[in-house]
Design a protein around this ligand. Structure first.
Ligand SMILES: *[C@@H]1O[C@H](CO)[C@@H](O)[C@H](O)[C@H]1NC(C)=O
Ligand SMILES: *[C@@H]1O[C@H](CO)[C@@H](O)[C@H](O)[C@H]1NC(C)=O
Ligand SMILES: *[C@@H]1O[C@H](CO)[C@@H](O)[C@H](O)[C@H]1NC(C)=O
Ligand SMILES: *[C@@H]1O[C@H](CO)[C@@H](O)[C@H](O)[C@H]1NC(C)=O
Ligand SMILES: *[C@@H]1O[C@H](CO)[C@@H](O)[C@H](O)[C@H]1NC(C)=O
Ligand SMILES: *[C@@H]1O[C@H](CO)[C@@H](O)[C@H](O)[C@H]1NC(C)=O
Ligand SMILES: *[C@@H]1O[C@H](CO)[C@@H](O)[C@H](O)[C@H]1NC(C)=O
Ligand SMILES: *[C@@H]1O[C@H](CO)[C@@H](O)[C@H](O)[C@H]1NC(C)=O
Length: 859
């Protein structure tokens, strides 16, 4: 098409039309709402959500000629449809219209103007508006609360078709029963409801189920609050860290299952296909530019519901997939041997409790339990009121119809009355289940061989112990004076053989005889971490720590992680690794970096942390180009955050912890610039009444080590306070403590002290923040910093409680001063002249100076 510019008169109407058309089409692409009176016609008119993620309009699926109103991904490969309005009332021609009807509801009209679909909500306003949100939710509400999903009259998220999108909520209610929330299409060309559905079985502990009409086809296993027990891969970090959440109980007894993306810019969807397969798809924005299947269920025969029949156990790694557990035999042996497992298994011997006293052998011993590891727990478990594993076993024993029990962290006691249905044995993952067996089936025949094994094991252990002891004595005699090693934890990866090849969440990490990991610290598998970090590629490397490189990784859900990989097998690194796990797994605080998991496989030792987009404090503080990004307000918040983190370590956590390596590069900053203390490799735990210790191996960083620690190896909470003081002065001055070597002053501390003596402390302040700072606050910070870096540990304040002597208010703690800062904001007007610090502090005993300072916090 060419426009002849030589003849503008002839072409003017065409030009106008062209202008109008491009204007209209431009307008269409800009809107995401329809109001009363507006309409979307078949033939190119669509709504497009903000960010151009979703599009709403008319479409024909596959090679069907019927027209449907639906929502699909706007720009991604294949424009996958996530919702269909008139799924069972197609329009046969291209004259369809979507509009807001006179009663305020959304309606789809065909060419004859008859309604083929309506949102059919009870609408209280005649002036309604529908908006396609960035989440893919079409929301109908009154004009005043446009886009507010809580005040919506109707929303497409409440009437899903075959796709579960992040942000949707699925009702989990024992009153309503099974919720078949998502129903598949009939075929690739026909969106009308098919045979398969996906939803929630709310009974017991909720689980996700896929149904073929009304028959179960797959189930996820019970929800523990963290993972679904029947999805073994969920134990790996990839599935664990992001995603499913179950909301707390509502007043009406209902709860909701939802899926929360850790990175809102990821595109992720769950879909129940017309072939009965559920798929989790993720949009790959990299080179692939396509949807990839992250996970798919059912993925093998064993995943099919009750594949091996009642009491049968399915094991996908075996060539004969089904077997009967100990004490059981096939119900129909011929059928079973032909490979038809549907008959399941039955008990070889009746349970003692079922036998009448008159029966032969009826006077036998009571039934017992045998534990089976790595099991997918059976369906229809009954969750019993709280208790422990022992009361759970007693509860099961008390009722003869109880066949099995399990005690699961996050759920509690589950017992199974009746047949065990849909049981699997996993290679890794899964749970420990106890099966009730009569005494005769509990393996008394194997007792003898077990005894022999036990004796051999004990004898072997004794031999080993003696050898180790002898070696130790030998070594001790060789050394004149060695370091005390008894406090170093022993490391026991896992008790059971099944777990040791590929560790997963249910494996136990035992250090010093106590399990340190649990649902809150998953062990994750190596492949998963390798995949997340692009096989530890160079471009994912964030930096090099003392004990190995640190990589950035991204999980399938988009969550970013930092992976610290231990290099080689240096004994020292291993020690730090253990130390870090023991400590940080037990610590939870806003201002401490969070350990998300760890990985131990073969020679590999890795720690997985939350990723800190802003890296460490020193990258801002000592970089001339970035200094200005940290204005005084931010710096003050960082100081306060570090103080709170340290206060937690020293006082508020269950353990008393000395960090020993506090420095600006160990303070990480998250996206909101919240400081997080990291690197607990050198930290030490103190008993509640232990205040100091000595070490032969002085580790730490020059410039942050207190004199008594650097010289005598003496460390205590006061040595951390010293490091804190240094960081504080660095934050205020924007200069490294060790950057003064060439100048008149030996260090930042000496410089600060001289300025203080010359009565011009304000010169210490970083020029980049001179304008933004509050002089009063900065002064207080310098004061606190100087108190902290006194040579004498005794004179330094503690991070903990602050004292107020009756005669005069006297602050001797850093935390106290910060508490006071906040108090002061509130009581500024109340004129309490008592709030005074009168603090003596001595700095640098080599100077022999003594300085008294009246500090009026009210000014
Ligand atoms: C479309 O129709 C052709 C011929 O009827 C068929 O072979 C093809 O499989 C159909 N495509 C889909 C996606 O169903
Ligand atoms: C419209 O009505 C006519 C006559 O009732 C019918 O033949 C035709 O199929 C209808 N068209 C649509 C799109 O429903
Ligand atoms: C609208 O809802 C009412 C009850 O809520 C129902 O009786 C009616 O059939 C529905 N109408 C349509 C067109 O779905
Ligand atoms: C669904 O159930 C029907 C019988 O009700 C069966 O024929 C069909 O194979 C089942 N589909 C799948 C995918 O299991
Ligand atoms: C679990 O993950 C491993 C690798 O990460 C994969 O080979 C395996 O097929 C997955 N199993 C299931 C049941 O999805
Ligand atoms: C979220 O994901 C996008 C693309 O997948 C990425 O560019 C962005 O950095 C991620 N953001 C965060 C905070 O992880
Ligand atoms: C995207 O994936 C689908 C299915 O896996 C495939 O059919 C299609 O060709 C792929 N498209 C591109 C552009 O790679
Ligand atoms: C044992 O459990 C069954 C099934 O839940 C129940 O019907 C029966 O009352 C219970 N019996 C006893 C003695 O508690």
């Amino acid at each position: 098409m060419s426009v002849d510019i030589k003849n503008p008169v002839v072409n003017f109407p065409f030009f106008l039309f062209f202008l109008l058309f491009s204007c209209v089409s431009h307008f269409c692409h800009a809107i995401d709402t329809i109001r009363q009176g507006e309409s979307i016609r078949d033939g190119g008119e669509t709504l497009i959500s903000q960010g151009e993620i979703f599009e709403l309009g008319f479409f024909s699926p596959g090679n069907s000629t019927f027209r449907y109103v639906g929502i699909w991904y706007y720009k991604t490969e294949g424009s996958p449809v996530v919702w269909v309005a008139n799924r069972d009332a197609p329009i046969s021609d291209r004259n369809g219209v979507l509009r807001i009807g006179e009663n305020g509801n959304l309606v789809v009209l065909d060419g004859n103007n008859s309604i083929v679909w309506t949102s059919n909500a009870s609408v209280q306003s005649s002036n309604t508006v529908a908006i396609l949100l960035v989440t893919g939710n079409l929301v109908l509400s009154s004009i005043g609360s446009m886009g507010d999903t809580t005040k919506a009259y109707w929303q497409s998220f409440d009437h899903p078709t075959d796709t579960f999108l992040p942000g949707m909520r699925v009702l989990v209610s024992t009153v309503m029963g099974e919720n078949h929330a998502f129903r598949s299409w009939k075929s690739a060309n026909d969106p009308s409801p098919g045979d398969f559905s996906m939803g929630i079985d709310p009974f017991g502990s909720p689980q996700i189920v896929i149904w073929n009409q009304t028959r179960r086809m797959w189930r996820s296993g019970q929800w523990t609050g963290v993972v679904f027990t029947g999805v073994p891969n969920m134990t790996s970090l990839a599935r664990y860290l992001y995603g499913f959440k179950i909301s707390p109980l509502n007043e009406d007894g209902s709860i909701y299952l939802s899926y929360v993306l850790s990175n809102a810019s990821c595109l992720l969807r769950f879909r129940i296909g017309w072939d009965g397969k559920e798929e989790q798809l993720k949009w790959e924005d990299g080179l692939g530019k396509n949807w990839t299947v992250v996970q798919s269920e059912p993925s093998n025969d064993c995943e099919l519901y009750n594949f091996c029949g009642n009491f049968g156990v399915c094991d996908v790694s075996k060539s004969r997939k089904c077997h009967c557990p100990q004490g059981f035999q096939p119900k129909f042996p011929d059928q079973w041997n032909r490979g038809d497992w549907s008959g399941g298994c039955q008990r070889r011997t009746e349970l003692q409790c079922k036998r009448k006293p008159s029966d032969a052998g009826g006077s036998g011993k009571q039934d017992g339990f045998k534990g089976f590891k790595c099991m997918k727990l059976p369906d229809f478990g009954k969750v019993e009121s709280p208790g422990d594993s022992k009361t759970c076993s007693e509860k099961c024993m008390a009722n003869c119809s109880c066949n099995a029990y399990a005690y699961i962290t996050g759920i509690g006691c589950i017992i199974w009355n009746g047949d065990l249905i849909d049981v699997q044995h996993f290679d890794n993952g899964g749970n420990l289940m106890f099966l009730r067996l009569p005494q005769s089936e509990l393996g008394s025949g194997k007792m003898i061989s077990n005894l022999v094994i036990a004796i051999i094991v004990v004898a072997g252990l004794c031999f080993l112990c003696i050898t180790v002891w002898l070696l130790w004595r030998f070594k001790r005699n060789m050394k004149v004076k060695g370091e005390v090693c008894s406090s170093i934890p022993t490391f026991n990866e896992s008790k059971s053989k099944e777990f040791s090849t590929d560790l997963s969440v249910s494996a136990e990490l035992v250090i010093d005889g106590s399990q340190v990991n649990g649902p809150e610290l998953p062990l994750c598998n190596f492949q998963c971490v390798a995949a997340a970090t692009n096989n530890f590629s160079e471009e994912k490397k964030l930096g090099q720590g003392g004990f190995g490189p640190v990589y950035k990784g991204e999980l399938p859900g988009g969550q970013q992680i930092a992976v610290k990989r231990l290099e080689g097998r240096s004994g020292q690194g291993i020690e730090e690794f253990k130390n870090e796990i023991i400590l940080i797994a037990k610590l939870q605080h806003r201002n401490l970096v969070r350990l998300l998991g760890c990985c131990i496989q073969g020679e590999e030792r890795m720690l997985i942390y939350e990723y800190m987009p802003n890296k460490s404090l020193d990258r801002f503080l000592f970089d001339k180009t970035k200094q200005a990004l940290l204005d005084w307000g931010k710096r003050f918040a960082i100081i306060e955050g570090i103080a709170r983190g340290l206060l937690y370590l020293h006082r508020d956590s269950r353990l008393r912890i000395i960090h020993r390596d506090l420095k600006a590069s160990n303070i990480l900053l998250d996206a909101e610039m919240t400081p997080k203390i990291s690197d607990f490799g050198m930290a030490r735990i103190f008993g509640s009444n232990q205040y100091e210790a000595t070490t032969v191996r002085v580790v730490g960083t020059y410039g942050y080590m207190s004199p008594e620690y650097a010289m005598e190896g003496l460390f205590s909470i006061k040595s951390d306070v010293y490091s804190f003081g240094v960081i504080l002065l660095e934050i205020v001055s924007g200069r490294k403590n060790t950057s003064f070597r060439s100048s008149d002053h030996t260090s930042l501390i000496g410089y600060a002290w001289d300025l203080w003596n010359e009565n011009k402390p304000m010169e210490l302040i970083d020029p980049a923040i001179r304008n933004s700072c509050n002089p009063n606050e900065v002064m207080k910070c310098i004061h606190v910093g100087m108190l902290c870096v006194q040579d004498s540990a005794a004179l330094r304040p503690k991070m903990e409680s602050w004292r107020k002597s009756p005669a005069q208010s006297r602050l001797t703690s850093v935390a106290g001063i910060f508490v006071l800062f906040h108090l002061l904001d509130k009581v500024k007007t109340s004129r309490s002249q008592d709030w005074l610090i009168k603090e003596d502090f001595i700095f640098g005993q080599s100077f022999q100076s003594h300085y008294t300072y009246d500090y009026d916090l009210m000014t």
